[in-house]
Design a protein around this ligand. Structure first.
Ligand SMILES: [Zn+2]
Length: 70
């Protein structure tokens, strides 16, 4: 892989990381956030629910697993 495409890749993952971070922040702040893909509401599964912790939409296209340290 040449330097340029490597830099592009890094930029991409940084972008999606930031997008994920702000999504998580919004959902945890109690805002209603909808999935970019299917438009259903994104819900949070917390460790207390004893399931996989993370953010999920109804159809499963948004599926962000979180390691909660609370
Ligand atoms: Zn979705």
């Amino acid at each position: 892989m040449d330097k340029q495409s490597f830099a592009r890749l890094q930029g991409l993952s940084a972008n999606s990381y930031n997008a994920q971070k702000s999504l998580i922040k919004n959902v945890l702040a109690g805002r209603q956030v909808t999935c970019q893909h299917c438009g259903t509401k994104i819900r949070v599964v917390l460790p207390a629910d004893q399931q996989t912790t993370g953010l999920f939409c109804d159809k499963g296209c948004t599926n962000i697993e979180l390691d909660f340290v609370l």
